[in-house]
Design a protein around this ligand. Structure first.
Ligand code: SF4
Ligand code: SF4
Length: 471
């Protein structure tokens, strides 16, 4: 027992001294690997295309942190929409939690960009140049002869080119694809600081995919760490059916013409194929482990062995601990129901927010330090500054402010043709004049309509100050 638990003492990719053990995973093949390839093609296309596709003139996906401008599915979000952005983030987190509780790290194996790039791009280039596991291990031990120099330099060169490409796309997400294309056409030396950032990103991607690799999932990724608190014995994960694999006498090497059912040996023929194929270097037969990214490579490997020895497939499969122990089917547990309700409520709130979200955001604030001015005929005047943010790509012209809650007049300092160009901001000053007869208190909330021509594009409110006594 003590020996069986030994794997918990250290991670599979480090030796007893803590030195990195390089993983040479065997090239996966099988049903799941084929499906994962198709999913990766779709995701790679989406990932590379998203910053270059535009909807209504808006970049499909953009995360311009420096200017605090974000586009999600073609919807532009300004700093003023921060609350919507926060709700979206919370929904994302709850969705991931719900998904993890139900299906373990399915996201890591099928959708995470790290896995997609590592397993479906960089690793496949490696297999193509250096060959499968055995050949890679031999090449690693080989002295630096012409073959090794040729293979390694070609691999590293291609890794660098792809890292550079990914860094460009990453930059397109950050600063916008239009600006990136502009910088490329202007020449990198005219935008030296951005070019240096690009090279730094390239170096980071190269480091991650050429050297750091599975260590991202094993020691750096916070999502992997969450597994321990989110998974329970009902969560579906890539699991080894230890009941079937070990039976009474435990796993044992395959012997031709033996009837394993009679001998009491488990169905696991101890071929180590599931271990050799694992990109994080673990043995799934030790149970669910933090390092497992649910990539399904071991399912494919084990299925092909089971087929070869004429035993039923599925010794390693998507299953919950409960399913393996008691043959229990997947159930929608109270915990899952709770998360789903929270997710439903948050999504409804988000839809509501998007629905009432205006195209133009208006802020009208009293000029600091100014009280009010008494004018002739018992008219009181306050001075305000206004700020209009156009969240669309279309221009709004002939902007007019109208008092909706009180009788009175609004007089902008700039009187003719106030315009808010698409995706821009217009600021100015205005006076509001109200007769004291229309005021009930010294401080009143005004409702103001912002019109473009005759079209109401936004309503906003502000405070108006009057004298304490109106006599
Ligand atoms: S144990 Fe299986 S599913 Fe988990 S990372 Fe290794 S090969 Fe992938
Ligand atoms: S691939 Fe299947 S049979 Fe082979 S060692 Fe792994 S679990 Fe056992």
């Amino acid at each position: 027992m003590e020996n069986q638990e030994k794997f918990r003492d250290k991670i599979a990719t480090a030796d007893d001294q803590g030195k990195r053990l390089w993983v040479f995973p065997k090239k996966p093949s099988g049903k799941f690997y084929e499906y994962r390839k198709y999913v990766s093609y779709i995701l790679l296309i989406l990932l590379f295309a998203a910053p270059f596709v535009k909807i209504n003139g808006n970049q499909f996906m953009m995360f311009n942190i420096l200017e605090r401008r974000f586009n999600i599915f073609g919807f532009p979000f300004w700093p003023q929409d921060f609350h919507i952005f926060v709700i979206m983030m919370v929904i994302g987190v709850v969705f991931i939690i719900l998904f993890t509780v139900a299906f373990g790290r399915i996201f890591c194996g099928w959708f995470c960009p790290q896995t997609i790039f590592m397993e479906m791009v960089f690793r496949r280039i490696e297999y193509w140049i250096e060959g499968d596991r055995g050949k890679q291990m031999r090449l690693e031990k080989q002295k630096w002869d012409s073959e090794k120099i040729r293979k390694r330099s070609l691999k590293w060169f291609l890794f660098f080119v792809i890292s550079f490409l990914i860094a460009n796309v990453f930059l397109a997400y950050l600063i916008g694809s239009d600006r990136l294309i502009q910088y490329v056409t202007d020449g990198p030396l005219n935008h030296l600081s951005t070019f240096i950032s690009l090279l730094i990103f390239t170096a980071v991607f190269y480091f991650v995919f050429a050297w750091f690799r599975e260590q991202v999932c094993v020691i750096a990724c916070p999502y992997g760490r969450l597994q321990g608190v989110l998974l329970d014995n009902k969560s579906i994960v890539v699991a080894y059916d230890h009941k079937r694999g070990e039976k009474e006498k435990g796993r044992a090497k395959f012997k031709k013409n033996e009837n394993r059912a009679e001998t009491g040996k488990g169905d696991c023929i101890d071929c180590f194929q599931c271990v050799q194929v694992c990109p994080t270097g673990i043995d799934i037969r030790n149970g669910t482990q933090l390092e497992c990214i649910n990539c399904t490579a071991c399912i494919d490997a084990c299925d092909s062995m089971m087929e070869a020895v004429d035993l039923p497939k599925g010794l390693i499969r998507y299953a919950s601990e409960e399913n393996i122990e008691k043959k229990a089917k997947f159930r929608f547990t109270p915990r899952l129901k709770g998360y789903s309700i929270v997710l439903g409520i948050l999504t409804a709130v988000l839809v509501g927010m998007l629905f009432i979200r205006s195209e133009v955001e208006a802020r009208i604030l009293r000029l600091p330090g100014q009280l009010y001015e008494r004018k002739a005929d018992n008219v009181v005047s306050n001075v305000f500054t206004y700020k209009l943010v156009n969240k669309t790509t279309a221009d709004f012209e002939d902007i007019e402010f109208r008092l909706l809650s009180h009788k009175g007049v609004i007089k902008p300092v700039k009187t003719s043709n106030i315009t808010v160009p698409g995706q821009e901001l217009t600021e100015g000053t205005l006076f509001i004049e109200i007769h004291t007869a229309a005021l009930e208190d010294e401080k009143e909330k005004l409702k103001i309509g912002v019109y473009s021509g005759d079209r109401l594009i936004e309503t906003t409110s502000t405070m108006f100050m009057g004298p304490r006594s109106f006599n």
